[in-house]
Write a protein that binds this ligand. Structure first.
Ligand SMILES: Cc1cc2nc3c(=O)[nH]c(=O)nc-3n(C[C@H](O)[C@H](O)[C@H](O)COP(=O)(O)OP(=O)(O)OC[C@H]3O[C@@H](n4cnc5c(N)ncnc54)[C@H](O)[C@@H]3O)c2cc1C
Length: 505
């Protein structure tokens, strides 16, 4: 690819002649139209080995999958964890997304999240590989050293007794009636089957549920997904360099010139955990793609890397940033949204923003609805305190209320929202649970549930439920109040249900 081996991409002070050469005309030709699926062939049937026969099979080893596997294994279940990369952590490690939100509620005083999510934070603290954005305490968001996170995830999985299968893809699944009986996986060893009583889909994109042919929701009601973002790390800022937030503001003023198109620049980042001369930059966004579609994903990866080169060029014009160099690029572009399951309960925006505490609540959080617009610039946040913050493409911010209270009126006092166990149960399947960003929500509520500390909680709960259901193989037969007590025993500070909250049937 032209220019791809040019050292100026990596190193500071590029020679003018060696600046990014934009591949005009390359992408459209390289990008075939979305396949219609009209042409098919029949794959011959064949015998494949059964690689494992376990109580619980967890597919996908991201924040949700690691917690699901560890929770189930700690409860005595035999567990297999299948992950396509060579390490765990998903978006937190593979996509360089290194900010995790607060463990506290809206009052910044009450812990609302504990359990395995907190345990992972504490392990990283022990390794001095995480810091809190609250300079005087720990009620803010956390910034994580992504490589250290890989090690902590290894420890969590291996010490639990889970059998890990890395570099292994979930390719297909066998459905008999309303039960999945085997996950079919592919790896360098070839194709094989994993039999289990319970399956937990933690692929982020509902791969297992889609492979057995169930319908899913995709993106917003028009099918447009939140844009993916490639995150990369740079180093080499000088002491006294222009602060990151000022660099962000400067860059927002200039439309990103990419491939003949001019996008408003999008950029946020976090200073390094171990070295303040390093920064993670989430400074790209590719619109109108669904990264669970291979052609879209390919376009997004390549396009985002060209955007990144533009961002690097611009950064090097800032005082103190002249010598900035590229450290690394996420193994994959980060996905905010693709597919979601249809669940026994589809968590709505209204339930979330009103802070309803469900009778079968298994997770809680105060992260706002955070929606990056899929096919236009800007982000809309809806907070539990009643405010809506709209950040436009030129980074201007408009504040309003979503609850009808006049602007400047008293804030709502909601501490956090909750997620019912039923939102982890895909309709039509008896022995499958889903954890992570693809649980049963809608486009709006997913804007809040999708973040990693939440994915860890859903994983923890799904692991506990799957372990409890391993004899019956029936996710709906789990004693919900016993499960909530178990989670509380694991350090999850679950609130008492709201009066009148619907009792799960
Ligand atoms: C740019 C960006 C910024 C974000 N900012 C934040 C933030 O500040 N804080 C925050 O907490 N969250 C943030 N998020 C959201 C968050 O990172 C994800 O929504 C979250 O990681 C979802 O967790 P998950 O476990 O469901 O999925 P993932 O993290 O995607 O994990 C899924 C795992 O499954 C594996 N997998 C997938 N398919 C298969 C398969 N077929 N076979 C085998 N393995 C498979 C993947 O390799 C991966 O390890 C951000 C996301 C993006 C893209």
């Amino acid at each position: 690819m032209r220019g791809s081996s040019d050292a100026s991409v990596l190193n500071a002070r590029p020679r003018r002649s060696a600046m990014v050469e934009k591949p005009r005309g390359l992408l459209p030709a390289f990008l075939p139209a979305r396949p219609t699926g009209a042409v098919t062939l029949r794959e011959p049937a064949r015998e494949i080995p059964v690689l494992a026969d376990v109580d619980v099979a967890v597919l996908g080893g991201g924040p949700a999958g690691v917690c699901a596997a560890a929770a189930a294994a700690r409860m005595g279940a035999s567990v297999v964890l299948v992950e396509r990369y060579g390490f765990f952590g998903g978006t937190a490690t593979a996509a360089n997304v290194n900010i995790w939100h607060s463990l506290y509620g809206m009052d910044h005083k009450t812990p609302v999240i504990g359990g395995l999510a907190e345990e992972i934070v504490r392990r990283l603290q022990h390794d001095k590989a995480i810091y809190n954005q609250d300079p005087d305490g720990e009620t803010g968001g956390w910034v994580v050293h992504t490589e250290a996170a890989k090690l902590v995830m290894d420890d969590l999985v291996m010490a639990s007794g889970t059998k890990a299968m890395l570099h292994t893809w979930l390719a297909h699944a066998v459905l008999e009636g309303s039960r999945v009986t085997a996950a079919i996986v592919e790896s360098k060893s070839g194709r094989g089957a994993i039999r289990a009583r319970m399956f937990i889909d933690c692929t982020g994109d509902a791969d297992l549920v889609r492979r057995v042919g169930l319908a899913v929701q995709t993106g917003n009601p028009q099918g447009v997904c939140q844009p993916p973002t490639l995150c990369f790390r740079v180093g080499g800022m000088k002491d006294g360099a222009k602060p990151l937030h000022e660099v962000q503001a400067e860059l927002f003023k200039t439309p990103m010139d990419y491939n003949g198109q001019r996008y408003p620049c999008f950029l946020w980042g976090a200073m390094g955990v171990l070295d303040k001369h390093e920064v993670m930059i989430a400074g790209t966004r590719v619109t109108d793609v669904n990264v669970a579609v291979t052609d879209d994903l390919t376009r997004a990866e390549v396009e985002a890397r060209y955007q990144m080169r533009w961002v690097l060029e611009q950064m090097r014009t800032m005082p103190g940033w002249e010598d900035v160099y590229l450290i690394d690029i996420g193994t994959q572009i980060g996905c905010r949204e693709s597919h979601r399951i249809w669940a026994d309960h589809q968590l709505t925006r209204e339930e979330l923003l009103s802070g309803q505490v469900f009778e079968d609540a298994i997770a809680q959080s105060c992260y706002p609805i955070d929606i990056h617009h899929g096919n236009e610039p800007g982000i809309t946040f809806e907070h539990l305190d009643g405010t809506r913050r709209i950040v436009s493409g030129d980074r201007k911010t408009r504040m309003e209320r979503w609850d009808g209270v006049p602007s400047g009126g008293p804030p709502r006092s909601t501490l956090c929202w909750t997620v019912p166990y039923r939102s982890l149960i895909p309709k039509g399947l008896d022995n499958v649970l889903v954890a992570g960003r693809c649980i049963g929500t809608n486009h709006d509520s997913a804007g809040a549930t999708r973040v990693m500390i939440n994915a860890m909680q859903f994983g923890h709960a799904a692991g506990v439920a799957a372990a409890m259901a391993r004899a019956s193989g029936d996710s709906r037969g789990v004693d919900v109040s016993k499960m909530r007590k178990t989670l509380t025993g694991h350090g999850m500070p679950l609130l008492d249900p709201s009066p009148g909250s619907p009792v799960p049937s």
